[in-house]
Design a protein around this ligand. Structure first.
Ligand SMILES: [Zn+2]
Length: 326
């Protein structure tokens, strides 16, 4: 889940000409690993028109590119007469639960149903992988449904994660900023930032059994995260939110040496675009995702997008949200 940020936030202003130069460079440089995972959005339940505007779909696609660094080999889910399955998801248009029978999911691909409806503005959106309600067929088929071929995902103490996909619901009542080439206004929520965060939950952040393996503590005294990649990066256990499903509110890390609040803490400031920090990626690696060191081209793109993300007015006047921040 992603919520509006409860705090004022000051970031760095940069010159427009730098941004223009960076964007031109992005457009001519191929950056995808050969075997990148593919996040495939499905709009069949977008009955309230959250994504009827192509600009909005473009922002969603841009959020998915953050995960292009993940290079796991995900097995295809191709049901047939002998191998069948059903799942139940929470419709992203607020229409309640729906059962899907024998969904096809391509190799390397994850299917994410998206849509929106209007609810209380203290919540920007949420995500879930639904419930697999029936699997019938060979042992190999059942394992593919549950783990997509990820070794260790079905161990008693899981070390990896493979998922068919999920559903993301966005709040239509929020004043979203969808444009990729401009900064969000000081009172707007950046859609790309929230979409990136919610896709992260679909990929198991705060949700996967292999994430839970690394949590210590309890609700009363607080949870900490002990995944090895994260420990190696930070040097000590990382505090989590009270559900153990995000980094603690206000956890910071770096992108190419620049400090930024983590993308996978519970809330997002108005007027600001965030990207995945080193700690966010370390968390995904601890879930079991294979995340090679970025190529030179990818580093360049990340840096360029960071410049874009950090350029905004310093005259922010966000109001403090109260309520549940998780
Ligand atoms: Zn969240």
């Amino acid at each position: 889940m992603n919520t509006p940020h409860p705090f004022r936030y000051i970031s760095i202003s940069l010159q427009r000409y730098m941004l223009r130069a960076s964007l031109i460079a992005i457009s001519v440089m191929p950056v995808l690993p050969a075997n990148a995972i593919d996040i495939n959005f499905d709009y069949r339940f977008d009955t309230q028109g959250m994504f009827s505007d192509p600009t909005r779909r473009a922002a969603l696609e841009a959020a998915a590119t953050v995960y292009d660094r993940f290079t796991d080999n995900l097995l295809a889910i191709n049901p047939d007469a002998q191998n069948t399955w059903s799942l139940s998801i929470n419709r992203p248009d607020g229409g309640g639960n729906v059962t899907l029978n024998n969904l096809n999911v391509n190799a390397q691909s994850i299917t994410v149903f998206v849509g929106g409806w209007g609810f209380h503005p203290s919540v920007l959106g949420w995500a879930g992988a639904g419930n697999i309600t029936n699997v019938s067929g060979s042992i190999a088929w059942q394992q593919t449904i549950q783990a997509r071929g990820q070794l260790g995902a079905l161990d008693p103490n899981p070390t990896d994660y493979g998922v068919w996909g999920g559903a993301i619901t966005f709040n239509k009542n929020v004043d979203w900023h969808f444009d990729l080439n401009t900064d969000p206004a000081e009172n707007q929520q950046d859609f790309l930032t929230t979409a990136m965060h919610e896709i992260g939950h679909i990929l198991g952040f705060g949700e996967a059994a292999s994430w839970g393996q690394h949590i210590q503590g309890d609700a009363e005294n607080g949870y900490t995260f002990h995944g090895q990649n994260s420990l190696d990066l930070i040097g000590h256990p990382i505090a989590l939110d009270r559900y153990g499903s995000h980094w603690a509110e206000g956890t910071y890390s770096v992108i190419d040496g620049n400090l930024q609040e983590t993308a996978m803490d519970p809330s997002t400031p108005r007027g600001q675009r965030q990207w995945m920090t080193d700690l966010d990626y370390a968390g995904f690696a601890d879930i079991g995702w294979e995340i090679p060191e970025p190529t030179v081209a990818f580093v360049f793109m990340s840096c360029s997008l960071l410049l874009l993300g950090r350029h905004r007015s310093t005259n922010t006047n966000s109001t403090i949200e109260t309520g549940d921040l998780s």
